[in-house]
Design a protein around this ligand. Structure first.
Ligand code: AMP
Length: 217
């Protein structure tokens, strides 16, 4: 059983790297942001509560976030473990989490703010199948269309310059201190988020003592 947290500023590749680990290790990938986006799309009561904060790039209230995480982890579909992305994001969430679960490792993807801005503002998403694109590194074959399902691509509501600046400020003020809490427990693995996706994945596996990534073969 492996219990991992993946942390890093928006655009650092958390979601992509978490999905790669999930596929190979049979982990449940739990993204709090994805859960909230699902609620917004489905127009649920939770969706109505989080929509405004999300679009502004602000953090959602801790009570609601903890409830969503507790409920998600209460579905015991993680026989081989989980990798959680986008949580915890502040000291209170970290304490709640550490009280309830033993974490094996925190993967910290490091990326300078300028690179974050460059990446995030060129990010596109398929609202139909969830595939991510990047107009710099990972362009769709046909402009504006998903390679997998052909649906039109959109920009995430919170990938605007204003919302991004709000998220960067929150990250530096609130989320960075969480890393320091985890560092005291000696579970943090710092990984450079700048290289290509496969190289980052290899570096993560190396530092976690896992077998190499297929792209190395
Ligand atoms: P993400 O996809 O992780 O960037 O999350 C998108 C948005 O969901 C964030 O900008 C917040 O509004 C909200 N959110 C996700 N995770 C959390 C969290 N742990 N605490 C508070 N808000 C969150």
């Amino acid at each position: 059983m492996r219990k991992y947290v993946i942390m890093g500023v928006q655009g650092s590749g958390k979601g992509t790297q978490a999905k790669m680990l999930r596929e190979d290790l049979d982990l449940a990938h739990i993204s709090v942001g994805d859960i909230f986006r699902w609620h917004v799309r489905q127009h649920t009561k939770i969706g109505a509560q989080v929509k405004r904060a999300m679009a502004a790039g602000e953090l959602v209230g801790d009570d609601l976030v903890e409830e969503v995480v507790r409920r998600r982890l209460g579905i015991h579909d993680w026989n081989y473990g989980f990798i959680i992305d986008g949580f915890p994001r502040n000291g209170r969430q970290a304490e709640f989490f550490m009280e309830s679960y033993d974490i094996d490792a925190v993967i910290h993807l490091e990326l300078p703010d300028d690179e974050v801005r460059r990446r995030v503002l060129s990010r596109r998403l398929c609202p139909n199948c969830g595939m991510d694109y990047n107009l710099i590194a990972d362009r769709p074959e046909v402009e504006g269309r998903c390679d997998i399902c052909g649906h039109g691509l959109i920009t995430r509501a919170d990938d605007t310059p204003e919302a991004l600046e709000a998220r960067l400020t929150d990250y530096h003020e609130k989320t960075r201190p969480v890393l320091e809490l985890f560092r005291r427990k000696e579970v943090v693995h710092d990984v450079d988020g700048r290289p290509p996706v496969d190289e980052v994945q290899s570096a993560i596996r190396k530092t976690l003592g896992l077998s190499g990534y297929r792209a190395d073969d």
